[in-house]
Design a protein around this ligand. Structure first.
Ligand SMILES: *Cc1c(COP(=O)(O)O)cnc(C)c1O
Length: 350
């Protein structure tokens, strides 16, 4: 039995598994960017001296807009309060030690640190555990945007002591664009009802939810207490189906073994066969390699050439094509054929 009224309950266990959490720490709700706003309402508690939010300089635009507009909504000027970390001059990716050093230097003025688990543009997989620890040592709340990390790399959000995390379900989780998003809130906050929150009836304890008592909001324990509205049946079921496929495949840890080999194979073939292409992605990564081309025109020509050959990759202007062989359904032969086609297209473009 999977009654509609409790449809969100069925994804809790598998969602918890996929992010390394306890079921009480996760829920499916809303969409990613709106969950970021929800989390900032609860976890961004600025004081006179500690009121800044730290993100990546090249964060996904939605995260940038969310944090910046959130600050404005609280009457705080983002040009002062929004801090960003960027790679060293001439480098493409951030070094963990540089992020930690930045936190040490500026931490006392930072209320919330919110970085991405896997960077959407470069494919870099951040050292979530070390950065979270450094943030806590500086007295900051540490949240993560896991849009490109969930279903892609193994996560241990509970053990890493992450405060909160948000993700969407339509990238590596394959559950369809616009699908229901995910939320993690650490167990240590499960009965913390002192924080403000954007409440709605679906966050109310399900035993008393239908008593329609408008005076007393009695939140459910843990992440479920942050739900706002009744969830979409269709998108929740699509997510559930996808999570079942992950379980059948042995979970993210098993898939990761193949993923590491698949992407390593892609990297080696690209280096040998098309050495003109620069690989931006570092070794600490998920499935994705970001290939950088000479200029925008060449990148677009390569993209079109690949597209005509039936290969689905993703172009990010000005110069990058993202290639993501995913272990769930891509094969080593796919990778081989991709590089063969890339080499052919490159002959015409370069
Ligand atoms: C894909 C992605 C989003 C998209 O946000 P939605 O609210 O799901 O439209 C936001 N942030 C990051 C880092 C992403 O990769």
């Amino acid at each position: 039995m999977r009654p509609w009224v409790a449809i969100d309950e069925i994804v809790k266990e598998p969602l918890a598994k996929i992010v390394g959490a306890k079921p009480i720490e996760v829920t499916a709700m809303n969409t990613l960017t709106s969950n970021i706003h929800s989390m900032l309402i609860s976890f961004y508690q600025p004081s006179e001296t500690r009121y800044k939010i730290l993100i990546e300089k090249k964060a996904f635009p939605s995260d940038h807009y969310a944090v910046s507009s959130h600050l404005q909504s609280r009457g705080i000027d983002p040009t002062d309060a929004l801090l960003t970390v960027s790679p060293r001059d001439g480098h493409d990716v951030l070094e963990t030690e540089d992020i930690i050093e930045y936190i040490k230097q500026h931490g006392s003025s930072i209320a919330v640190i919110m970085l991405s688990g896997v960077q959407y543009y470069t494919g870099q997989f951040f050292e979530i555990d070390k950065i979270t620890k450094a943030g806590h040592e500086a007295g900051c709340v540490v949240g993560w945007d896991l849009a490109h990390a969930v279903g892609n790399v193994p996560l241990h959000l509970h053990d890493w002591d992450v405060d909160f995390a948000c993700w969407c379900s339509y990238k590596y989780l394959n559950s369809g664009a616009g699908g229901i998003a995910g939320l993690f809130i650490h167990e240590k906050y499960k009965n913390d009802n002192t924080r403000p929150r954007l409440a709605g009836w679906w966050g109310n304890n399900k035993e008393t939810r239908f008593e329609m008592n408008q005076e007393v909001f009695e939140p459910s324990e843990g992440a479920s207490g942050y739900q706002v509205s009744n969830p979409s049946i269709f998108t929740t079921v699509a997510l559930w189906a996808s999570l079942q496929v992950f379980e059948e495949a042995g979970g993210v840890e098993a898939l990761r073994k193949k993923s590491l080999l698949l992407t390593e194979y892609l990297e080696r073939l690209v280096r040998i066969e098309v050495p003109q292409v620069k690989i931006l992605t570092p070794k600490r990564r998920g499935c994705q390699l970001s290939l950088e081309f000479r200029d925008e025109t060449s990148m677009l020509k390569v993209f079109e050439g690949l597209h005509k050959m039936g290969i689905v990759v993703d172009e990010r202007k000005p110069t990058v094509i993202r290639v993501a062989p995913t272990p769930l359904y891509n094969t080593f032969k796919d990778v081989y054929q991709f590089v063969k086609c890339l080499k052919e297209v490159m002959k015409e473009v370069y």
